[in-house]
Write a protein that binds this ligand. Sequence first.
Ligand code: 3PY
Length: 256
Amino acid sequence: QSNKLKQVFMEGKRPAMGFWQMLPGANVSRILARSGADWIMVDCEHGNIDDAAMHEAVPAIAALGVSPIVRIPDLQSWMVKRALDSGAHGILVPLIRTVEEVKNLVASAKFPPQGRRGFGSPIAMQNFQPMPTFTEYLQQANESLLTMVQIETQEALDAVEEIASLVDVVFIGPFDLGNSIGHPIIDGKMDPELDEAISKILKAARAAKIKAGIFCSGGEQAKFYADMGFDMISVATDYTALGPAMMDQLATARGQ
Ligand code: 3PY
């Protein structure tokens, strides 16, 4: 099954760069997916994206050869199922705390015998090229769909080595991680203890031979973490990019 993100991971030549979709609408998805990004995160946790909007965003992104990844709102089996049934090429679970939760996630994301994902959606296979048959999707999904967890709590940081042995990607949410370890990001400034936690997560991913991802607040920060060796980097969000782009044009129009 075609999975652009997985392909970039397997080639291992460059980090996979992507954007965060927080605003609903297939047109937003298409703008983001046409940017040259490898993957788009459909953010059902903090974004304005409900189940119906997710079912519009995922195919719009996949149709352009880009990997749609869904961040589910919370670790609930039914959310994992609906995200994967919508055709997502992977899922990201926020605010993980324990190894037990991660095992639960993996079980929810895999068909038997590896897990307990229910089979029956005719929608998922539409989002791969060439389109697999029902049976091919069943045979390939466990291997090709990416399981990712966010390391953004003290508890997950403490258990990161074991967590990394269970998933495809450990993905850092620096804002929540900073809050959880008692060193929040203030005015964009990262505390040295947060930097240390980030290095620890990257190291754990390397040791487990899996990929490490991180959420960034712009291109400059994204370049910094790409140079540091991260494999999956979120460069910006639609929501935060739109305002400055418009203000820039307005300032030019007003000769400012
Ligand atoms: C964080 O930085 O905590 C995130 O999860 C980004 O959305």
